[in-house]
Design a protein around this ligand. Structure first.
Ligand SMILES: [Zn+2]
Length: 452
Protein backbone atom coordinates (compact mmCIF):
# COMPACT_ATOMS: atom_id res chain seq x y z
CA UNK A 1 0.00 0.00 0.00
CA UNK A 2 0.73 1.21 -1.48
CA UNK A 3 1.01 2.50 -0.45
CA UNK A 4 2.50 4.87 -2.25
CA UNK A 5 2.86 5.57 -5.34
CA UNK A 6 6.04 6.92 -4.67
CA UNK A 7 8.75 9.19 -5.58
CA UNK A 8 11.48 7.07 -6.95
CA UNK A 9 14.23 9.63 -6.74
CA UNK A 10 13.64 9.84 -3.04
CA UNK A 11 13.63 6.13 -2.72
CA UNK A 12 16.92 5.64 -4.47
CA UNK A 13 18.84 7.90 -2.16
CA UNK A 14 17.11 6.66 0.91
CA UNK A 15 18.63 5.09 3.95
CA UNK A 16 17.68 1.50 4.73
CA UNK A 17 15.24 2.64 7.40
CA UNK A 18 13.77 5.15 5.05
CA UNK A 19 13.40 2.45 2.46
CA UNK A 20 11.82 0.03 4.82
CA UNK A 21 9.15 2.42 5.89
CA UNK A 22 8.78 3.69 2.40
CA UNK A 23 8.15 0.28 1.05
CA UNK A 24 5.26 -0.12 3.37
CA UNK A 25 4.00 3.10 2.00
CA UNK A 26 4.50 1.81 -1.46
CA UNK A 27 2.80 -1.41 -0.61
CA UNK A 28 -0.13 0.27 1.02
CA UNK A 29 -1.14 2.48 -1.82
CA UNK A 30 -1.30 -0.27 -4.32
CA UNK A 31 -4.71 0.18 -5.65
CA UNK A 32 -5.85 2.63 -8.19
CA UNK A 33 -8.57 2.57 -10.73
CA UNK A 34 -9.70 5.11 -13.17
CA UNK A 35 -13.24 6.08 -12.50
CA UNK A 36 -15.93 7.55 -14.55
CA UNK A 37 -17.22 10.85 -13.58
CA UNK A 38 -15.82 13.36 -11.20
CA UNK A 39 -17.29 16.62 -10.07
CA UNK A 40 -20.69 15.02 -10.15
CA UNK A 41 -23.74 16.98 -9.33
CA UNK A 42 -25.01 14.24 -7.10
CA UNK A 43 -26.92 15.42 -4.10
CA UNK A 44 -25.91 15.08 -0.52
CA UNK A 45 -28.43 12.41 0.27
CA UNK A 46 -26.86 9.03 0.00
CA UNK A 47 -28.17 6.65 -2.59
CA UNK A 48 -27.23 3.10 -1.71
CA UNK A 49 -28.34 1.87 -5.08
CA UNK A 50 -25.22 3.23 -6.75
CA UNK A 51 -23.00 1.06 -4.57
CA UNK A 52 -22.64 -2.58 -5.56
CA UNK A 53 -23.92 -5.04 -2.94
CA UNK A 54 -20.97 -7.31 -3.56
CA UNK A 55 -18.49 -4.77 -2.20
CA UNK A 56 -17.80 -3.52 1.29
CA UNK A 57 -19.28 -0.06 1.73
CA UNK A 58 -18.53 2.72 4.23
CA UNK A 59 -20.91 5.49 5.16
CA UNK A 60 -18.72 8.00 6.96
CA UNK A 61 -19.59 11.11 8.93
CA UNK A 62 -16.64 13.11 10.13
CA UNK A 63 -16.01 16.38 11.85
CA UNK A 64 -12.43 17.52 11.31
CA UNK A 65 -10.69 20.48 12.93
CA UNK A 66 -7.48 21.16 10.99
CA UNK A 67 -6.25 23.59 13.68
CA UNK A 68 -6.06 20.94 16.36
CA UNK A 69 -6.07 17.73 14.35
CA UNK A 70 -9.30 16.74 16.08
CA UNK A 71 -11.34 14.00 14.41
CA UNK A 72 -14.85 12.88 15.39
CA UNK A 73 -15.89 10.04 13.17
CA UNK A 74 -18.77 7.61 12.80
CA UNK A 75 -18.84 4.88 10.19
CA UNK A 76 -21.70 2.59 9.25
CA UNK A 77 -20.04 -0.21 7.39
CA UNK A 78 -21.41 -3.08 5.40
CA UNK A 79 -18.53 -5.52 5.46
CA UNK A 80 -18.50 -8.11 2.68
CA UNK A 81 -15.75 -10.69 3.23
CA UNK A 82 -13.96 -12.44 0.39
CA UNK A 83 -14.18 -15.69 2.29
CA UNK A 84 -16.23 -16.75 5.32
CA UNK A 85 -14.87 -14.98 8.44
CA UNK A 86 -15.55 -15.42 12.16
CA UNK A 87 -13.21 -12.64 13.22
CA UNK A 88 -12.50 -9.31 11.55
CA UNK A 89 -9.31 -7.29 11.99
CA UNK A 90 -9.15 -3.60 11.25
CA UNK A 91 -6.43 -0.96 11.41
CA UNK A 92 -6.98 2.47 12.94
CA UNK A 93 -4.73 5.37 13.92
CA UNK A 94 -3.60 4.92 17.50
CA UNK A 95 -4.59 8.45 18.53
CA UNK A 96 -8.22 7.75 17.74
CA UNK A 97 -10.12 6.35 20.69
CA UNK A 98 -12.93 3.92 20.06
CA UNK A 99 -16.10 5.12 21.75
CA UNK A 100 -18.39 2.48 20.33
CA UNK A 101 -18.20 -0.53 18.07
CA UNK A 102 -21.52 -2.23 17.53
CA UNK A 103 -23.33 -4.55 15.21
CA UNK A 104 -25.81 -7.39 15.44
CA UNK A 105 -23.01 -9.95 15.04
CA UNK A 106 -20.33 -8.04 16.96
CA UNK A 107 -19.22 -9.52 20.24
CA UNK A 108 -16.83 -6.97 21.74
CA UNK A 109 -13.37 -6.17 20.45
CA UNK A 110 -9.71 -6.06 21.42
CA UNK A 111 -6.98 -3.66 20.38
CA UNK A 112 -3.26 -4.31 19.91
CA UNK A 113 -0.37 -2.40 18.36
CA UNK A 114 0.24 -3.08 14.69
CA UNK A 115 3.69 -4.34 13.79
CA UNK A 116 4.29 -4.61 10.10
CA UNK A 117 7.62 -5.67 8.68
CA UNK A 118 9.23 -5.32 12.09
CA UNK A 119 8.53 -1.60 12.19
CA UNK A 120 6.95 0.01 15.22
CA UNK A 121 6.52 3.55 13.98
CA UNK A 122 3.16 3.25 12.31
CA UNK A 123 1.05 4.80 15.08
CA UNK A 124 -1.59 2.29 14.18
CA UNK A 125 -3.52 -0.26 16.18
CA UNK A 126 -5.24 -3.46 15.21
CA UNK A 127 -8.86 -3.78 16.28
CA UNK A 128 -9.89 -7.42 16.46
CA UNK A 129 -13.62 -8.01 16.26
CA UNK A 130 -14.96 -11.50 17.05
CA UNK A 131 -18.31 -12.23 15.41
CA UNK A 132 -21.25 -14.16 16.78
CA UNK A 133 -21.97 -15.56 13.35
CA UNK A 134 -19.87 -16.22 10.28
CA UNK A 135 -19.78 -13.38 7.81
CA UNK A 136 -19.95 -14.49 4.19
CA UNK A 137 -20.14 -12.65 0.91
CA UNK A 138 -23.83 -13.52 0.66
CA UNK A 139 -24.46 -12.71 4.32
CA UNK A 140 -22.30 -9.69 5.10
CA UNK A 141 -21.88 -7.97 8.47
CA UNK A 142 -23.03 -4.52 9.51
CA UNK A 143 -20.59 -2.77 11.85
CA UNK A 144 -20.92 0.72 13.30
CA UNK A 145 -17.92 2.64 14.56
CA UNK A 146 -17.64 5.75 16.64
CA UNK A 147 -14.26 7.17 17.54
CA UNK A 148 -12.49 10.46 18.13
CA UNK A 149 -9.17 12.00 19.04
CA UNK A 150 -6.46 14.38 17.99
CA UNK A 151 -3.86 13.29 15.47
CA UNK A 152 -0.70 15.35 15.69
CA UNK A 153 1.59 15.68 12.71
CA UNK A 154 4.34 13.94 14.70
CA UNK A 155 2.10 10.89 14.92
CA UNK A 156 1.92 10.38 11.20
CA UNK A 157 3.59 7.15 10.10
CA UNK A 158 6.77 7.78 8.16
CA UNK A 159 5.51 5.76 5.25
CA UNK A 160 3.77 7.99 2.79
CA UNK A 161 2.17 11.19 1.78
CA UNK A 162 0.27 12.16 4.91
CA UNK A 163 0.51 15.47 6.75
CA UNK A 164 -1.62 17.37 9.23
CA UNK A 165 -1.07 21.12 9.43
CA UNK A 166 -3.56 23.93 10.06
CA UNK A 167 -3.66 24.94 6.39
CA UNK A 168 -3.04 21.71 4.52
CA UNK A 169 -4.05 18.21 5.52
CA UNK A 170 -3.41 15.09 3.49
CA UNK A 171 -4.78 11.76 4.63
CA UNK A 172 -4.05 8.90 2.29
CA UNK A 173 -4.17 5.40 3.68
CA UNK A 174 -0.93 5.57 5.65
CA UNK A 175 -2.68 7.51 8.37
CA UNK A 176 -5.64 5.33 9.15
CA UNK A 177 -8.23 7.97 9.92
CA UNK A 178 -10.90 5.53 8.78
CA UNK A 179 -10.87 1.93 9.94
CA UNK A 180 -9.35 -0.21 7.24
CA UNK A 181 -9.55 -3.98 7.07
CA UNK A 182 -6.18 -5.51 7.90
CA UNK A 183 -5.81 -7.01 4.45
CA UNK A 184 -6.66 -3.61 2.95
CA UNK A 185 -9.82 -4.81 1.38
CA UNK A 186 -11.22 -2.41 -1.17
CA UNK A 187 -14.45 -0.60 -0.47
CA UNK A 188 -16.80 1.99 -1.85
CA UNK A 189 -17.67 4.95 0.32
CA UNK A 190 -19.75 8.01 0.89
CA UNK A 191 -18.54 10.61 3.35
CA UNK A 192 -20.15 13.67 4.85
CA UNK A 193 -17.43 15.99 6.12
CA UNK A 194 -17.94 18.84 8.51
CA UNK A 195 -15.04 21.26 8.10
CA UNK A 196 -14.54 24.81 9.32
CA UNK A 197 -15.62 27.61 7.00
CA UNK A 198 -13.34 28.22 4.00
CA UNK A 199 -11.82 24.77 3.97
CA UNK A 200 -12.06 22.82 0.74
CA UNK A 201 -11.56 19.14 0.18
CA UNK A 202 -10.18 17.09 -2.70
CA UNK A 203 -10.65 13.35 -2.91
CA UNK A 204 -11.46 10.57 -5.32
CA UNK A 205 -14.96 10.16 -6.75
CA UNK A 206 -17.59 12.88 -6.72
CA UNK A 207 -17.20 16.01 -4.59
CA UNK A 208 -19.85 18.43 -3.60
CA UNK A 209 -20.14 21.24 -1.10
CA UNK A 210 -23.60 21.12 0.44
CA UNK A 211 -25.41 23.13 3.06
CA UNK A 212 -24.27 20.62 5.68
CA UNK A 213 -20.66 20.24 4.62
CA UNK A 214 -18.73 18.38 1.97
CA UNK A 215 -20.18 15.26 0.46
CA UNK A 216 -17.88 12.79 -1.27
CA UNK A 217 -18.71 9.45 -2.75
CA UNK A 218 -16.81 6.85 -4.68
CA UNK A 219 -18.45 3.84 -6.24
CA UNK A 220 -15.12 2.51 -7.48
CA UNK A 221 -13.69 0.29 -4.73
CA UNK A 222 -10.47 1.65 -3.26
CA UNK A 223 -8.25 1.12 -0.21
CA UNK A 224 -9.12 4.29 1.71
CA UNK A 225 -11.00 7.58 1.87
CA UNK A 226 -8.24 9.92 0.72
CA UNK A 227 -8.63 13.51 1.90
CA UNK A 228 -6.70 16.60 0.93
CA UNK A 229 -8.03 19.58 2.88
CA UNK A 230 -6.96 23.21 2.82
CA UNK A 231 -8.23 26.71 3.50
CA UNK A 232 -5.74 28.02 0.95
CA UNK A 233 -6.79 25.85 -1.97
CA UNK A 234 -6.42 27.39 -5.39
CA UNK A 235 -7.41 25.68 -8.59
CA UNK A 236 -6.25 25.90 -12.14
CA UNK A 237 -8.28 24.11 -14.79
CA UNK A 238 -6.82 22.89 -18.06
CA UNK A 239 -9.13 21.63 -20.76
CA UNK A 240 -6.94 21.41 -23.84
CA UNK A 241 -5.54 17.91 -23.17
CA UNK A 242 -6.98 14.44 -23.58
CA UNK A 243 -9.00 14.86 -20.39
CA UNK A 244 -9.66 18.00 -18.37
CA UNK A 245 -7.12 18.37 -15.58
CA UNK A 246 -7.68 20.43 -12.46
CA UNK A 247 -4.55 21.31 -10.54
CA UNK A 248 -5.10 22.08 -6.84
CA UNK A 249 -2.37 24.02 -5.14
CA UNK A 250 -1.67 26.69 -2.62
CA UNK A 251 0.10 29.41 -4.55
CA UNK A 252 2.25 27.38 -6.95
CA UNK A 253 3.49 29.39 -9.94
CA UNK A 254 1.64 29.11 -13.25
CA UNK A 255 4.78 27.71 -14.83
CA UNK A 256 4.54 24.71 -12.51
CA UNK A 257 0.78 24.11 -12.71
CA UNK A 258 0.78 24.38 -16.50
CA UNK A 259 3.79 22.06 -16.75
CA UNK A 260 2.00 19.51 -14.59
CA UNK A 261 -1.22 19.76 -16.61
CA UNK A 262 0.48 19.70 -20.03
CA UNK A 263 2.80 16.82 -19.28
CA UNK A 264 0.03 14.84 -17.63
CA UNK A 265 -2.00 15.23 -20.81
CA UNK A 266 0.90 13.95 -22.90
CA UNK A 267 1.46 11.03 -20.58
CA UNK A 268 -2.22 10.05 -20.49
CA UNK A 269 -2.31 10.14 -24.28
CA UNK A 270 0.69 7.84 -24.39
CA UNK A 271 -0.80 5.37 -21.92
CA UNK A 272 -4.20 5.48 -23.60
CA UNK A 273 -2.55 4.11 -26.74
CA UNK A 274 -0.17 1.81 -24.95
CA UNK A 275 -2.36 0.17 -22.34
CA UNK A 276 -5.43 -1.97 -22.64
CA UNK A 277 -8.66 -0.01 -22.73
CA UNK A 278 -7.14 3.42 -22.67
CA UNK A 279 -8.14 6.18 -20.36
CA UNK A 280 -11.42 5.59 -18.60
CA UNK A 281 -11.79 8.87 -16.84
CA UNK A 282 -13.32 12.07 -18.03
CA UNK A 283 -11.30 14.25 -15.70
CA UNK A 284 -8.29 14.12 -13.43
CA UNK A 285 -7.43 16.00 -10.24
CA UNK A 286 -3.83 16.69 -9.36
CA UNK A 287 -2.80 18.19 -6.04
CA UNK A 288 0.51 19.92 -5.37
CA UNK A 289 1.33 19.75 -1.69
CA UNK A 290 2.77 23.02 -0.37
CA UNK A 291 4.08 21.43 2.82
CA UNK A 292 6.56 18.76 3.71
CA UNK A 293 4.94 15.46 4.55
CA UNK A 294 6.04 12.51 6.63
CA UNK A 295 7.75 11.20 3.57
CA UNK A 296 8.19 13.10 0.31
CA UNK A 297 6.15 10.63 -1.66
CA UNK A 298 3.35 10.93 -4.16
CA UNK A 299 0.42 8.62 -4.75
CA UNK A 300 -2.45 7.97 -7.08
CA UNK A 301 -6.10 7.05 -6.70
CA UNK A 302 -9.07 6.84 -8.99
CA UNK A 303 -9.02 10.08 -10.96
CA UNK A 304 -6.57 11.64 -8.49
CA UNK A 305 -2.81 12.13 -8.39
CA UNK A 306 -1.35 13.73 -5.26
CA UNK A 307 2.14 15.05 -5.86
CA UNK A 308 4.65 15.74 -3.17
CA UNK A 309 5.98 19.14 -2.18
CA UNK A 310 9.05 20.86 -3.62
CA UNK A 311 8.69 19.88 -7.22
CA UNK A 312 10.14 21.75 -10.14
CA UNK A 313 9.08 21.62 -13.77
CA UNK A 314 11.80 19.26 -15.00
CA UNK A 315 12.38 15.71 -16.17
CA UNK A 316 12.33 14.41 -12.61
CA UNK A 317 8.79 15.71 -12.18
CA UNK A 318 7.86 14.33 -15.59
CA UNK A 319 9.08 10.90 -14.50
CA UNK A 320 7.20 11.20 -11.23
CA UNK A 321 3.93 12.07 -12.98
CA UNK A 322 4.52 9.27 -15.49
CA UNK A 323 4.99 6.81 -12.63
CA UNK A 324 1.84 7.93 -10.82
CA UNK A 325 -0.21 8.10 -14.00
CA UNK A 326 0.78 4.50 -14.80
CA UNK A 327 -0.83 3.48 -11.52
CA UNK A 328 -4.13 4.70 -12.90
CA UNK A 329 -4.00 1.68 -15.18
CA UNK A 330 -2.39 -0.85 -12.88
CA UNK A 331 -5.28 -2.21 -10.98
CA UNK A 332 -3.82 -5.42 -9.64
CA UNK A 333 -4.99 -7.04 -6.48
CA UNK A 334 -1.76 -7.66 -4.62
CA UNK A 335 -2.27 -8.10 -0.91
CA UNK A 336 0.19 -5.73 0.72
CA UNK A 337 0.14 -7.55 4.02
CA UNK A 338 1.83 -10.58 2.58
CA UNK A 339 3.33 -9.94 -0.79
CA UNK A 340 5.64 -7.73 -2.70
CA UNK A 341 4.81 -5.08 -5.12
CA UNK A 342 6.23 -6.25 -8.42
CA UNK A 343 3.07 -6.07 -10.49
CA UNK A 344 2.20 -2.64 -9.24
CA UNK A 345 5.44 -0.74 -8.77
CA UNK A 346 7.88 -2.41 -11.16
CA UNK A 347 5.51 -1.99 -14.09
CA UNK A 348 4.62 1.60 -13.15
CA UNK A 349 8.29 2.49 -12.90
CA UNK A 350 9.28 0.79 -16.13
CA UNK A 351 6.40 2.36 -18.00
CA UNK A 352 7.52 5.78 -16.73
CA UNK A 353 10.98 5.15 -18.20
CA UNK A 354 9.41 4.35 -21.56
CA UNK A 355 7.45 7.61 -21.61
CA UNK A 356 10.57 9.49 -20.55
CA UNK A 357 12.46 7.95 -23.47
CA UNK A 358 9.74 8.79 -25.93
CA UNK A 359 9.57 12.38 -24.72
CA UNK A 360 13.16 13.26 -23.85
CA UNK A 361 15.24 10.72 -25.74
CA UNK A 362 17.27 7.60 -25.06
CA UNK A 363 19.99 9.17 -22.88
CA UNK A 364 17.65 9.77 -19.95
CA UNK A 365 16.24 6.27 -20.31
CA UNK A 366 19.74 4.82 -20.14
CA UNK A 367 20.45 6.95 -17.07
CA UNK A 368 17.41 5.57 -15.30
CA UNK A 369 18.32 2.04 -16.27
CA UNK A 370 21.90 2.37 -15.08
CA UNK A 371 20.86 3.92 -11.79
CA UNK A 372 18.39 1.14 -11.14
CA UNK A 373 21.00 -1.49 -12.09
CA UNK A 374 23.37 -0.03 -9.53
CA UNK A 375 20.67 0.04 -6.89
CA UNK A 376 19.68 -3.53 -7.68
CA UNK A 377 23.21 -4.92 -7.45
CA UNK A 378 23.27 -7.96 -5.23
CA UNK A 379 19.50 -7.86 -4.79
CA UNK A 380 17.99 -11.17 -3.72
CA UNK A 381 15.20 -13.03 -5.47
CA UNK A 382 11.66 -11.66 -5.33
CA UNK A 383 10.83 -14.84 -3.44
CA UNK A 384 12.88 -13.43 -0.57
CA UNK A 385 10.92 -10.19 -0.53
CA UNK A 386 10.50 -8.40 2.77
CA UNK A 387 9.18 -4.88 3.34
CA UNK A 388 12.76 -3.74 3.90
CA UNK A 389 13.82 -5.01 0.48
CA UNK A 390 10.87 -3.54 -1.36
CA UNK A 391 12.74 -0.47 -2.63
CA UNK A 392 15.57 -2.53 -4.06
CA UNK A 393 13.32 -5.19 -5.54
CA UNK A 394 10.11 -3.52 -6.69
CA UNK A 395 11.53 -0.17 -7.82
CA UNK A 396 14.95 -1.16 -9.11
CA UNK A 397 15.43 -4.84 -9.86
CA UNK A 398 11.86 -5.20 -11.16
CA UNK A 399 11.99 -2.50 -13.86
CA UNK A 400 15.48 -3.64 -14.90
CA UNK A 401 14.12 -7.15 -15.44
CA UNK A 402 11.16 -5.78 -17.39
CA UNK A 403 13.63 -3.98 -19.64
CA UNK A 404 15.49 -7.24 -20.25
CA UNK A 405 12.21 -8.97 -21.01
CA UNK A 406 11.20 -6.15 -23.34
CA UNK A 407 14.48 -6.49 -25.22
CA UNK A 408 14.11 -10.25 -25.46
CA UNK A 409 10.54 -10.40 -26.76
CA UNK A 410 10.29 -7.12 -28.66
CA UNK A 411 7.77 -4.30 -28.64
CA UNK A 412 4.77 -6.11 -30.04
CA UNK A 413 4.91 -9.02 -27.61
CA UNK A 414 5.73 -6.78 -24.66
CA UNK A 415 2.69 -4.68 -25.37
CA UNK A 416 0.54 -7.79 -25.77
CA UNK A 417 1.88 -9.03 -22.44
CA UNK A 418 1.05 -5.77 -20.65
CA UNK A 419 -2.42 -5.64 -22.18
CA UNK A 420 -3.11 -9.26 -21.28
CA UNK A 421 -2.13 -8.59 -17.65
CA UNK A 422 -4.51 -5.67 -17.50
CA UNK A 423 -7.32 -7.39 -19.36
CA UNK A 424 -7.16 -10.40 -17.03
CA UNK A 425 -6.58 -8.25 -13.94
CA UNK A 426 -3.58 -10.38 -13.03
CA UNK A 427 -2.65 -10.00 -9.38
CA UNK A 428 -0.04 -12.66 -8.64
CA UNK A 429 3.42 -13.48 -9.92
CA UNK A 430 2.30 -17.02 -10.81
CA UNK A 431 -0.52 -15.70 -12.97
CA UNK A 432 1.86 -13.19 -14.52
CA UNK A 433 4.26 -15.95 -15.57
CA UNK A 434 1.38 -17.99 -16.98
CA UNK A 435 0.27 -14.95 -18.98
CA UNK A 436 3.79 -14.46 -20.27
CA UNK A 437 3.87 -18.05 -21.44
CA UNK A 438 0.56 -17.57 -23.27
CA UNK A 439 1.84 -14.44 -24.99
CA UNK A 440 5.32 -15.79 -25.77
CA UNK A 441 6.42 -19.33 -25.04
CA UNK A 442 7.41 -21.71 -22.27
CA UNK A 443 11.14 -20.97 -22.60
CA UNK A 444 10.67 -17.22 -22.16
CA UNK A 445 8.34 -17.67 -19.20
CA UNK A 446 10.82 -20.02 -17.54
CA UNK A 447 13.71 -17.62 -18.23
CA UNK A 448 11.83 -14.71 -16.65
CA UNK A 449 10.68 -16.77 -13.69
CA UNK A 450 14.31 -17.68 -12.93
CA UNK A 451 15.40 -14.06 -13.18
CA UNK A 452 12.85 -12.99 -10.57
ZN1 LIG B 1 4.40 3.70 -7.44
Amino acid sequence: MEFSFCNLRELKIASPIFKSVFCIAAALVLFTLFVFGCESTMGSSSDQTVFPDSTTHYKVKAQIQPDSGQFNVTIDMRFVPDKPSDTLRFLLHDALKLEALTGSAVDGYATNPWHFGGEDTLHTKVVTVPLTRTATSSNPIAVSWKYDGQIQNEQIPGIGGAVITPHWIELPIETMWVTVHASIKRFTFEAQLDLPENYEVVSTGSLEKTSTGWYIQSNEPGPDVPLIISDQMQTQKYTSGAVPVTVYHSGAPDSLTSFVADRTGQILNHYAQHFQGGSETNSLRITLAPVERALPSSYARTGLIALRHEIEPDTTLFGLIAHEAAHLWWTDSVNPMSRHNFLNESFAEYESWLVLRQTYGDAIFQEQLEEARQNAKGAPSFSEWTPRLDGTLSYNKGPVLLHELHQRIGNADFQSFVRALQREDVGTIGEMIATLEEVTNFETAKWFWKKL
